[in-house]
Write a protein that binds this ligand. Structure first.
Ligand code: C2E
Ligand code: MG
Ligand code: MG
Ligand code: MG
Length: 279
């Protein structure tokens, strides 16, 4: 085998690759087990409407509490679940859990409950035939009205067109709202808005991070809010960590803010006492 003879670098690279795939296979097997053992949890982060600071919506985010590894980040295990297909089952569980939770909060809190829940959906879930049907079933079982559910997809998940975009049209027809997540970081941000049905743009944290500096990030964030409003879309700024960022975003027209400044993802977030803008 020629590559083997070429020496050390190949062997090291090859060994690294093996280790990664072994590690990935192990994580995948543990996830399958974890689903049965109820090691996954859904937590909720407030999306706050300005200036009144009402919790208008929550984003559902999955957590994995592994008995030995501790809490594993979704940034680590979601990509594995996408590759081994477990995301389909895990994602369906997350969706149903989140819809049930909003129905429960509505029963407990009435108008004090958030209006909507936002659920992240991966490329593989979306492209699978019958995804919109699964969503319709979950809505029927839980009794959550379709307009109270937002599905968050990334630009890359819908970039290729095809079945993922068909699924978005079907979801839209049910009355479910569509949000483009991490907006501005994919390949085709603006062009995509012509091709894909969208209700909400979620402006990526990387723009929010530098919003208080007079520079290109602030200019782009301002252009994005103008595009959103011009197209009649909602815009959410993600990753707001400071009062200064919240103030700068509000000044340029953002009405929906999400980030640690207002609340971290929690199992039972407080819907009334969010932190004050000027703190
Ligand atoms: P995302 O959908 O863009 O979610 C936002 C991420 O930013 C979350 O990380 C959230 O905890 C974090 N975040 C929110 N506010 C702040 C802030 O002020 N500062 C900082 N530094 N971070 C903030 P998380 O929960 O670790 O999730 C990471 C990514 O994993 C998500 O990005 C999403 O792409 C994926 N993910 C999480 N839960 C799910 C899920 O249920 N299904 C799918 N398919 N993907 C998920
Ligand atoms: Mg998201
Ligand atoms: Mg995001
Ligand atoms: Mg993200």
């Amino acid at each position: 085998f020629a590559a083997k003879q070429s020496g050390e670098p190949y062997r090291r690279w090859s060994a690294g690759l093996d280790e990664r795939s072994v590690e990935e296979a192990r994580l995948g097997a543990q996830m399958r087990h974890a689903l049965g053992e109820r090691q996954f949890q859904v937590v909720y982060q407030p999306i706050v409407a300005m200036p009144e600071q009402r919790v208008a919506a929550v984003e559902a985010l999955v957590r994995w509490h592994h008995p030995r590894l501790g809490t594993v980040s979704p940034a680590r295990f979601i990509p594995v679940a996408e590759r081994n297909g477990l995301i389909v089952e895990l994602g369906a569980w997350i969706l149903e859990t989140a819809c049930e939770q909003l129905v429960r909060w509505t029963a407990e809190l009435g108008p004090g409950a958030p209006d909507r829940v936002s659920v992240n959906v991966s490329a593989r879930q979306l492209a699978r035939p019958g995804f919109a049907g699964t969503v319709a079933d979950v809505l029927a079982r839980t009794g959550l009205p379709a307009r109270r559910l937002t599905v968050e997809v990334t630009e890359t998940a819908v970039f290729d067109g095809g079945p993922a975009v068909t699924a978005l049209h079907e979801l839209r027809a049910l009355g479910v709202r569509i949000a483009l997540d991490d907006f501005g970081t994919g390949h085709s941000s603006l062009g995509l808005l012509q091709a894909v049905p969208v209700d909400v743009l979620k402006i990526d944290k990387s723009f929010v991070d530098r919003i208080t500096e007079a520079g290109r990030h602030a200019v782009i964030a301002e252009a994005m809010i103008q595009v959103s409003h011009g197209l009649g879309l909602d815009a959410v700024a993600e990753g707001v960590e400071t009062a200064e960022q919240a103030e700068a975003l509000t000044r340029i027209g953002y009405r929906l803010l999400q980030g640690y400044h207002f609340g971290r993802p929690e199992a039972e977030p407080a819907f009334t006492a969010t932190r004050s803008l000027i703190s």
